[in-house]
Design a binder for this molecule. Structure first.
Ligand code: NAP
Length: 245
């Protein structure tokens, strides 16, 4: 697959899954836009530049619509229109529902779900005009089956799935694909904070008996970005944790 001349924006790409998705598209020749809410990983920018592709960093909080608008204008002026949007930025604020504060629920919905809406609703306009584009939303298997202590996160990730399928239907006639990836347990800073006990318990529910890597998720993103006749789908990257009927 070749992404030469294509502009790829990966939100929340300073580290973890987003970083690996950015690097994977760059290896295939794509121009990469990196995003972080408060800073840009300059080492990653240097690494990307060293790969001989065009790269650009935009700082901005995806959960803020005005910031999202500013970021997209900035990218279009400096790099051009976005061909592939990967809505990857995400946070967790885990708590049992009896202890979860309203702001803990709302903050997670705002970054994960509203952030996905903000970026998609702005970027899709130029995709519609150009009758081309791919949008990939990073959900989670938790959005499919739920998880104790993650009602906010599960609601945001389930919301992303409904959002993905709706937008996929709206824009399919213009050859734009919209899909979601539902990772299972992937080794990143998001899961690093979990206790060894929780990690061991999680492994029991994974038929492949191991955690996934950011590269595993990136491979699915590359596949979806290049698949012209696949839209409205959710691909689980989870070692068999959740097998859809
Ligand atoms: P991570 O290592 O914590 O990275 C999250 C990224 O999102 C960071 O680069 C962070 O950058 C960025 N971010 C957070 N809030 C943002 C905001 N408001 N605006 C812009 N960027 C923001 O997490 P990860 O494990 O790579 O997760 C990436 C995605 O995969 C998330 O959507 C997550 O829910 C999903 N996922 C992860 C797993 C897993 O097991 N790791 C499983 C299922 C789904 P700054 O802090 O620099 O802003």
């Amino acid at each position: 697959m070749d992404f030469k001349g294509k502009n790829i924006l990966v939100t929340g790409s300073n580290r973890g899954i987003g970083r690996e998705i950015a690097l994977s598209f760059a290896r295939l020749g794509g121009n990469i836009v990196i995003n972080g809410s408060k800073s840009i990983n300059q080492e990653l920018i240097s690494e990307l530049e060293g790969m001989g592709i065009q790269t650009y960093g935009v700082i901005g909080d995806v959960s803020n619509y005005e910031e999202a608008k500013r970021m997209i204008s900035d990218i279009e002026e400096n790099i051009g229109k976005i061909d592939v949007l990967v809505n990857n930025a995400g946070i967790t604020k885990d708590e049992l529902i009896i202890r979860m504060k309203p702001e803990e629920f709302q903050d997670v919905i705002k970054v994960n779900l509203v952030g996905t809406y903000n970026m998609t609703s702005i970027v899709v306009k130029s995709m519609l005009r150009r009758r081309t584009g791919a949008i990939i939303n990073i959900s989670s298997v938790v959005g499919l089956v739920g998880n104790i202590g993650q009602s906010n996160y599960a609601a945001s990730k389930a919301g992303i799935i409904g959002f993905t399928k709706s937008i996929a239907r709206e824009v399919a006639g213009r050859s734009i694909t919209v899909n979601a990836i539902a990772p299972g347990f992937i080794e990143t800073s998001m899961t690093e904070v979990l206790s060894d006990k929780i990690k061991e318990q999680a492994k029991v529910g994974i038929p492949m008996n191991k955690f996934g890597t950011a590269r595993d998720v990136a491979e699915a993103a590359i596949f979806l970005a290049g698949a012209n006749y696949i839209t409205g789908q959710v691909i689980n990257v989870d070692g068999g944790m959740v097998m859809n009927g």
